[in-house]
Ligand binder design. Structure first.
Ligand code: NAG
Ligand code: NAG
Ligand code: NAG
Length: 228
């Protein structure tokens, strides 16, 4: 009897663990911008600073910010790096996202990176966006309350842009969508809206995965045939 109870308890515990795992996997959707936010928040909490709220309105604006570069990697960073004029936030980026201009809040930091090779979010974070002490100061700053991330490939291909905008506004009340619903603007991916979105070079990988599977089944069958 006691044994049965123990088994039941074990099974129950296991099923809870399973549900908990499934739950956390739902939260980070299959979207490189969401994964970038997760990498930043993990790194902040490991460094004992608070995790930041992922604001989809701010993230959509990060995507418009990337689009302002029109695919010109050379305009990003360096001594001759360019920045969209401040006025674009209210006049272009917010309307494109359906974000109410009256809810815009101050920016407290930004990361922007571009390169021809696609890398996944953790590498984009550690290898492209965090480059020096200044980036670390921005990463760990206590001035931010929220962030939004965006990832694009120009016309679905190279070069790839990664952008993170940080803001000090109140997450619930700033970068609010008209009617409260996120306007998904494609191409490109942005964080916080719970939508699935592929980084451009990801399109082929499920097929590659199937090939690997098909090949290994074939090899296993051949092996079986030989054994006969
Ligand atoms: C946080 O990111 C920085 C910069 O990429 C890295 O040096 C550090 O090891 C990371 N910390 C953790 C706990 O991942
Ligand atoms: C945080 O805000 C203060 C006051 O505006 C500013 O002086 C400081 O440079 C900011 N810190 C970072 C890391 O941006
Ligand atoms: C923000 O929104 C959440 C969920 O909608 C709510 O529980 C919370 O009280 C709000 N916070 C503020 C400061 O309005």
């Amino acid at each position: 009897m006691a044994k049965t109870m123990t088994m039941c308890y074990l099974l129950l515990t296991l099923s809870f663990v399973y549900v908990a795992t499934a739950d956390t996997q739902i939260k980070v959707t299959n979207n490189p911008a969401d994964k970038l936010v997760a990498a930043i928040n993990e790194n902040r909490t490991a460094h004992k600073v608070s995790a930041l709220t992922d604001n989809p309105g701010l993230a959509c604006i990060a995507l418009q910010y990337i689009k302002a570069y029109q695919g010109n990697c050379g305009d990003v960073g360096g001594s001759d790096g360019k920045k969209p004029p401040e006025s674009q936030f209210a006049e272009v980026f917010a309307p494109n996202c359906g974000v109410k201009a009256s809810t815009l809040a101050p920016m407290t930091g930004r990361f922007l990176g571009c390169q021809t090779k696609y890398v996944h979010a953790p590498e984009a974070f550690s290898e492209i966006l965090i480059r020096n002490q200044k980036s670390l100061d921005i990463l760990y700053s206590k001035n931010h309350t929220q962030l939004g991330a965006a990832v694009t490939g120009t016309d679905g291909g190279s070069p790839y842009f990664w952008c993170v905008l940080f803001s000090s506004g109140k997450p619930n009340q700033t970068f609010a969508f008209e009617g409260g619903v996120a306007k998904i603007t494609k191409p490109g991916c942005f964080s916080g809206a719970n939508d699935e979105c592929s980084g451009a070079s990801d399109y082929r990988s499920p097929l590659n995965g199937m090939w690997v599977l098909a090949t290994s089944v074939l090899i296993a069958m051949m092996g079986f045939g030989l054994a006969l």
